[in-house]
Design a binder for this molecule. Structure first.
Ligand code: HEM
Length: 399
């Protein structure tokens, strides 16, 4: 059933109305909005034995969270993946346990509503003629079975882990936080895009589905994994449509040193990942605004030397409201049936001023920013704000 066929709605309220008309009873959001543990492993790509599975079976089994779990009091993880030392371009991956994959924290409702505004072209912060839907929601013939498999895995995971918020009946699942219903399984839903939209109302994470593409095997990088479907709503400095249907090396094209330092390990890693394993990596950056979808900022490789030589004055930056710390917690899984790899991305974004509560983190961030290699500093767009940011971090880490 096409309960979400082609949404071009003006706001979340209309989305809700659309769902009601489509047979999925949605009540208004009464829930009040306020707006991991992992083991580091070294993966030796040459020694297969070192890359052994941590998952015991293909099935994703997750226990329910404690009975008194309350999403409104669940503080976001502190995602500060940096050391006071020079930044090195490495895979930086860790194994995770199944229970730490998809999370509900106190940002849940705000973030999925923000995502809905983006994917329905109804966000007031972007030009009305900007087609964000086209840039963020992706399906392909080759990716459709994997979308279905992912839908069934995610909905089962959320029902098993958060039984107090996801209540399954024969043909639908009731989400107690959004007060909405989504289909119980992908079976019987004709349009895979509607499954993607239902997932954006269910998990805070973006998700990218990757598959090999045998039709491209004779093209450059044609034996790699390709981005074939998913939702990339919180893009940090690129237009996701330019990454769609591309192999991993082209997706990572702007990253200085990717081909020499990461390409080989990355491709072997994708080939060897097994169903039942959860692998995560995290990144971080600083941005001078609070947008979650950004295609025209956050990266600095397009800046001229003249621009790079012009630092942003301290007085021009609003550290309490505009300058933000951003970090992505990325998790990779391989699905047992379609063998597609899925990359889920959970975005943490908070004002830099929040680090006043964590002076040790502020000092460590200052150390890493100071020692950033020039090419990466430019790529991450920290060259211009860096002097002002360092001054601010020094003030708050001493306070
Ligand atoms: C273990 C797997 C992966 C590793 C080690 C990795 C590594 C990186 C690194 C080092 C960067 C630079 C920014 C940062 O520090 O994060 C980056 C950026 C990026 N990655 Fe990955 N990545 C991985 C998987 C993926 C996958 C599966 C996708 C799927 C689409 C992806 C999409 C991107 C994109 C879109 C960017 C930004 C590129 C740009 O600036 O235009 N990455 N990745």
């Amino acid at each position: 059933m096409d309960f979400f066929n082609s949404l071009d709605l003006k706001d979340v309220g209309l989305v809700v109305a659309f769902l009601v008309l489509s047979g999925y009873l949605i009540k208004s959001n009464k829930a009040k909005s306020n707006d991991g543990g992992s083991e580091k492993v070294k993966i030796n790509i040459k020694e297969k034995s070192e890359f052994k599975t941590k998952g015991k079976s293909d099935k994703i089994n997750v226990e329910a969270v404690r009975e008194d779990f309350d999403w409104l009091t669940e503080k976001p993880l502190k995602s500060y993946p940096f050391k006071d030392s020079e930044y090195k371009l490495t895979m930086g991956i860790k194994f995770l346990e199944a229970k730490d994959w998809l999370l509900i924290e106190d940002t849940y409702l705000d973030r999925i509503n923000e995502k809905t505004r983006i994917v329905t072209n109804s966000h007031p912060d972007y030009a009305p003629d900007k087609d964000l839907r086209r840039s963020t929601v992706f399906t392909s013939e080759e990716g459709n079975s994997a979308i279905r498999e992912f839908y069934d895995i995610v909905t089962k995971y959320m029902c098993d882990k958060y039984p107090m918020y996801f209540i399954k009946s024969e043909d639908q699942i009731y989400n107690k936080i959004t007060e909405e219903y989504i289909p119980a399984t992908s079976e019987g839903v004709d349009d895979p895009e509607s499954l993607l939209i239902a997932l954006t109302r269910t998990i805070e994470e973006d998700f990218i589905i990757l598959l090999p593409d045998p039709t491209k095997k004779d093209e450059p990088y044609g034996t790699e994994y390709f981005f074939k479907a998913g939702v990339f709503a919180f893009a940090a400095g690129f237009d996701p449509i330019e990454k769609f249907n591309q192999p991993l090396t082209c997706i990572h094209g702007p990253i200085p040193g990717y081909e020499e330092k990461l390409k080989t390990s990355m491709n072997r890693f994708f080939d060897r990942l097994k169903p039942g394993e959860f692998v995560s990596r995290s990144n971080f950056s600083i941005q001078t605004h609070k947008k979650l979808y950004v295609d025209d900022a956050n990266k600095g490789y397009h800046l001229t030397q003249e621009e790079l030589d012009r630092p942003i004055p301290y007085e021009d930056l609003d550290f309490d409201n505009q300058v933000h710390y951003r970090s992505e917690r990325q998790v990779l899984i391989k699905m047992p049936k379609t063998k597609a790899t899925v990359f889920t991305i959970r975005t943490y974004l908070h004002p830099l001023s929040q680090l006043k509560e964590d002076p040790e983190v502020a000092a460590r961030l200052s150390g890493t920013l100071l020692k950033f290699p020039d090419d990466m500093a430019r790529y991450k767009n920290i060259v211009q704000p860096r002097p002002a940011v360092l001054r601010y971090l020094s003030e708050i880490s001493k306070a």
